[in-house]
Ligand binder design. Sequence first.
Ligand SMILES: NC(=O)c1ccc[n+]([C@@H]2O[C@H](COP(=O)([O-])OP(=O)(O)OC[C@H]3O[C@@H](n4cnc5c(N)ncnc54)[C@H](OP(=O)(O)O)[C@@H]3O)[C@@H](O)[C@H]2O)c1
Ligand SMILES: [Zn+2]
Length: 320
Amino acid sequence: MKTMKAVQIARRGGPLELVERLVPEPGPGQVRIKVESCGICHGELVAIEGHHPLMQYPRIPGHEVIGVIDKLGPLAGEWSVGDRVGVGWSGGGHEVTGLTYDGGYAEYMIGFAARMTRIPAGLPSAEASPLMCAGVTTFGALKHSVAGPGDTVAILGIGGLGHMALQYARNSGFRTVAVSRGGDKKGLALELGAHVYIDAQSEDPVQILKGMGGARVILATAPDSASITRIFDGLGEGGEMIIVAGMGGNLEFAPGQFLAGRRAVRGFTGTDPADLAGTLNFSQLANIHPLIETFPLDQAAGAFDRMMSSNVRFRAVLTM
Ligand SMILES: NC(=O)c1ccc[n+]([C@@H]2O[C@H](COP(=O)([O-])OP(=O)(O)OC[C@H]3O[C@@H](n4cnc5c(N)ncnc54)[C@H](OP(=O)(O)O)[C@@H]3O)[C@@H](O)[C@H]2O)c1
Ligand SMILES: [Zn+2]
């Protein structure tokens, strides 16, 4: 039988290892995708650390997948062989890509016909990959936020999600603030659209945001509870902290912090197909592109480590 190269998580907490696996066969309602690219998201930690009740190993991670359909299962709907499609975090039903079924760190993967997105011609696959998770999560979070044009919006953490958020915020007419650690990312953050750059290691984000009248929205992409807790008081009247970061310890807030200015904290996930369509449209209309570093599949482990140490500018993408 035909085999393929894949990178799998061998066991809970386990390393990412390059293996030969059988090329999967699509079942009812499924297609087989010849993968062209897959982004490396911090959310892969959910699979590696096993924070899902249906997690089983070995598991191929990867949920920013772009590829071309090379085989149809029965009842594969309107899809045809040769269609270029994208797959994000949500598979069919309760399936989660790269968690409950194998994802895109592989030459082939199975796609659920009901949860794939057609990728516009002219958008290179490696650039489309980050839109499937980093893009839709930050676009959706800002679109459904209380912020309107002219409002101040701060993005905490300038990585895969954060660098997309800066572009969406700027192009939505928000006064856009990047909050990072150190000065390394300042130049690129300003180029991506930040009006203001805050180095949270040498400056006080709360004082600066208060000086600007308070943020209407703070979008927390940094997977660090202490940073999220610390910046909360930078919110202005009626402001909201939107948490998309899925990791870190417990947050610490005093009840009074919510009463002062009637401020709120809530979460957001980029799982709504309508938001994904919006992300693709808005990115095209506003000429928004991810900044990516590409790696061959066999360098997935090294690329993942580079992401974990916040050194990628700004999304690592595997190309097959
Ligand atoms: N809600 C959803 O649907 C959804 C979707 C995708 C991802 N996520 C989650 O969103 C988070 C970000 O994902 P990502 O792919 O953007 O990760 P990423 O590329 O690693 O970026 C995260 C950024 O957060 C900052 N950061 C990292 N560690 C930190 C620490 N210890 N203290 C303070 N800041 C830190 C860094 O920015 P600076 O260097 O600028 O400080 C880093 O570049 C992850 O928790 C991921 O699981 C959620
Ligand atoms: Zn993700």
